[in-house]
Each structure stands twice: as structure tokens, then as C-alpha cells.
Design a protein around this ligand. Sequence first.
Ligand code: ADP
Length: 577
Amino acid sequence: MKPRISVISGPVVVADNMAGAKMYDVVRVGKEKLLGEIIQLDHNKAIIQVYEETTGLAPGEPVENTGMPLSVELGPGMLKGIYDGVARPLSELASQSGNFIARGIQANSIDHEKKWDFKPVVKSGDEVKEGDILGTIQETTLIEHRILVPEGVSGKVSGIKAGKFTVKENICKVGKDSVQMSQKWSVRRPRKYEIKHKPSVPLVTGRRIFDTFFPIVKGGTAAIPGPFGAGKTVTQQDLAKWCDAEIIVYIGCGERGNEMTEVLTEFPELTDPNTGKPLIERTIMIANTSNMPVAAREASIYTGITIAEYFRDQGYNVALMADSTSRWAEAMREISSRLEEMPGEEGYPAYLASRLAQFYERAGLVTTLNGNQGSVSVIGAVSPPGGDFSEPVTQNTLRVTKVFWALDAPLAYRRHFPAINWLTSYSLYSDILDEYYDKNVSKNFNTLRRKAMQLLQKEAELQEIVQLVGPDALPEDEKAVIYITKSLREDYLQQNSFHEVDAYCSMSKQNAILELILWTYDQTLLAIKDGIKVSQISALPVNEKIARVKYDKDAEKEIDNIRKEFESAVSKLEGSL
Ligand code: ADP
């Protein structure tokens, strides 16, 4: 008897007569050959999650087993690409079926016709093993694509060619196997690597609150939970634009379509502050918006991280942003409830915690199979309903991620952006980076960033007193804390993502501004000793210049002038005593 659909329940379909099928085999469901994956097996009965709309599907329709796991085709031509959750290029889907994506479309992830200029780095006769680099292609002006020996293949290279080939043409033989530039990787299985290292280099984001106070490392993990409208998407997009990874994988998972459209239209216009080249040349996007099928959303996270691992194995630092992992978890919940599994907390499946952990564990700084180093950093946005961080997705995410960037509704409401709460956020990488900052930013930077955070914490305590007795009751040295932390909050922590200059702040500029603000604090403490009031200092016009220095392209030069002006204004105050 042939495999047939027996039951349809939303994105979940049951098929009978599936003898010989394996877990996670990809199947084609119904007359339209919808893409699906076996997620449970019960004798000859297979439970399948379907990655396309199942309306109209009827019991009795045929099911075909491909016998292959859910995989993504990798190779040159991926950069600048925009894919759906199962790695079909959106442009290809649109050209086959128009804006309303039809069902059952089979589309290659990469162009099979385009020819690429392949330059071998090994010769015939060389011994190679899986993961070794066979040759390179200049895919975009920013990125050289390195062709790897496919998994499970090793031996002597023979007949290696140089020149223009499509991704399906043979470029050489390794042992008995013919090798092409495209390869398929199963998405649910993490890729092998040689060694995982403890990361020690920051992933510089150009956002002051992150780099200075709550840094993430290359190969690290971070979570950004935040209520609706607090800035998760803006933050994720900022990171995708400005962080100093070489490759960006951006997963728009279950968010609204118009937000994704913004990214898609804005990205092609941005240039990389480090290289001056278009940022899109290093970016791959996966767009699985809220109106697309829920099972494909579940898959999009795996598709994204597999693409990230592929570039990591080429020796690159990759940063992956997932916005939002809550929508991913909701997809898991929906599928689990269709399977009538025993629900765990708030209806999420009991395996929610382990799935989240498995996902973040695919981040890391590694020595790859070919001995190079590469990294995948993962930054996941979480959208807790009502902004309640005690809900299961936030809690299980925080158990595995090392950085917590807490977006805060009251800050967003006050238009303090990025609305990251500096009192509740943390980074477990902060101390690890002391050595790096010492060597690469300035000898002073670690002292400055700790001192600034202590002042901000002190301010929170003082604010409680101020609320009871009013600001005038504080002694002058505590008024100085209030004065300087206002500057730290407004002139340093606040950073406008939409300002041409302020959108990106280099580490040296961060150091220079922080140094200036804390120097002002020291000068204020000295002036108090001479009998000057904090209110006199905070009323000086030079404060306005301190506030504006972050918008200055040439900030470091301007800072010298500001210091001179501040000193002379204070000595005038002293003269008039
Ligand atoms: P969420 O994804 O959490 O729902 P968004 O990222 O869409 O929230 O942010 C909501 C709004 O907040 C944005 O449209 C923007 O006006 C403002 N905003 C957020 N972050 C910033 C920032 N860093 N700079 C300026 N405005 C911001």
C-alpha cells in the first residue's frame, strides 16, 4: 500500500503506510507536494510537520518520502540573499508565483546557472579531509567564499580545475568522490568542529551601553528580552548593521511583515564603518514573517544557524540575530499541541528548555575542522507577553545566555534609547574583556567603565532619598553624583540609532567621551572643595557641548577644546568667590 494522508490538523499531518521512513526525513505531502518533515513515528504511521499552508489538503492524498533529512544547500551566491524558513530564496518564490507564494514550489537556495571564478588553493595529489579548504571565490567585494571538502569525504585531490564553473559542476575529485561547489548540510545537527575555546575578543557593536558596560564576545550569546515597543527590533537591526562580525545572519522569525520590509529596504543603502563597503554584501536574511506557515518558522532558526556554521567553518566571525525567539517557541507550542503532547509551563512543550539550550550551544569560538578559527555569536530577542520576564521563554533563555540586555518599558516611554536598563542588565564576559580593552582601547578604560557603573548604581540609591526629601537636602558631593550621572545617562548611554554620526560609536570614541565625563566629575569634586556649588557647574554652557560631543565626527579633537573651556569656566567661578 502506498503512503497516504490519514489526518490533517493545521500544520501537522498524519500519514499511513510509511514503512521504512526515518525520523526527520523530508517528505512531499499531497498532490501539491508540500514540503514536510517527519517529527514522530509510530510503526508505519508518520507524523509530519508541513512547512506550507495545509488548507485544501485532503485525506487519501499521496505522501512521498525523500529519505533525506531537512537540509540547506550551501555554496557561493548566498550572501545578500533573502530566504524563507526552509532556505528557499524569496526572489525565486516571487518570480515563480508572484507576491502570494504558491505552494509546493521547489527552489534552489543558490543559483545553479551562475558561473563563479574558482581559484584552487590545493593541487592534485594533495591529501585533504572533510572541512579543508579546496579553493576560493570572491563572492562579494567584502567576502571571499571558501569551498570546503564535504562532510565524510577525504583522500587525494585529483583533476582540480581553476576557472569559471557553476555550483553543480565538478571542480575536482577527492578520493573517489566528485566535488562541486554546492553542498547540503542537515540543519538539525550541529556541525563538527575541532575544539571550542573560551572567547576573549569583544564583538564590538558600536553601541555604548553594550561595549562599555554589558559587552558580548565573538562566539558569545546574548538575550534581549523586552516588552512590545521597547526596541528589540531596532536593537537587533543595529547589531546587524554595525557589529564587527564578518558575516551576519539575520532571522526575522514571526515578526510583522512590514518590519522585515524596513530591513530589506534599508540594508542595501548602508555602508560598513570598518571597510566602507556596502553592508548587505556580508549579510544573509531569513524572513519568516507572522503570515507565513508556523512550521517553517520552527525550521527558520535551524536554517539560520546552519548557514552561520557554514561561514564559521570557512574561518569567519559570524553573528546571528534571531528576532524573535518567542515566536519560534510559540511555533513549537502550536505544533506540540497539535501532537497532543503533555504541555509544560504555560502550554509550551516540556522540551522548550532543551531546544533553547541546543540552539544557543551552537554559538562559540572554535577551531574548525581545517584548523582555522571561526566563531558564531548568537543574539536572540525575546518578546515576553506583557513584558513579564518571569515567563518560560525568557527564563529558559537566560539560563543559557551569558549576556542579558534588559529592555525596559519605562525607559522607552521616557524616550531613553536604547532602552536598556543598566541596573538589571548583565554580561558575564565583562571581566574576561579587561585584558583586551587594556591592550586595544586604553589603559584607563576598565577603570572608567567600572567607575561609571558604580556612579550609576549610587545614583539609583540617591534617587530614593531625593524622592523623600528633595534634591536640595543632599550634600554637595552627592549632588555631584546626581549631576554627573545625568550626563552619563543622557550624553553617554542614550544613543540615537537614527542619527548619522551617533548610530555608530567606535571604541576609541567611547573611551574619549567616558573619560571626558568622568574628568568633569573629578573637576567638580575639586571645585566643591574650593566652595563652588554643583548647581553653578551644572549651569555652565559648556555642559551643552559635552552633551553634543557624541554627535561630532571629530569628537576626540573637540574634547580637548571642551576641557579647556570647562577649566576656564570653573576658574572664573573660583575667581568670583
Ligand atoms: P520592539 O521590537 O521591541 O517592539 P522596536 O524595536 O520596533 O520595538 O522599537 C519601537 C520604537 O522605539 C522604534 O520605532 C523607535 O522609534 C524607537 N527606538 C527604539 N530603539 C531606538 C534607538 N536606539 N534609537 C532611537 N529610537 C529607538
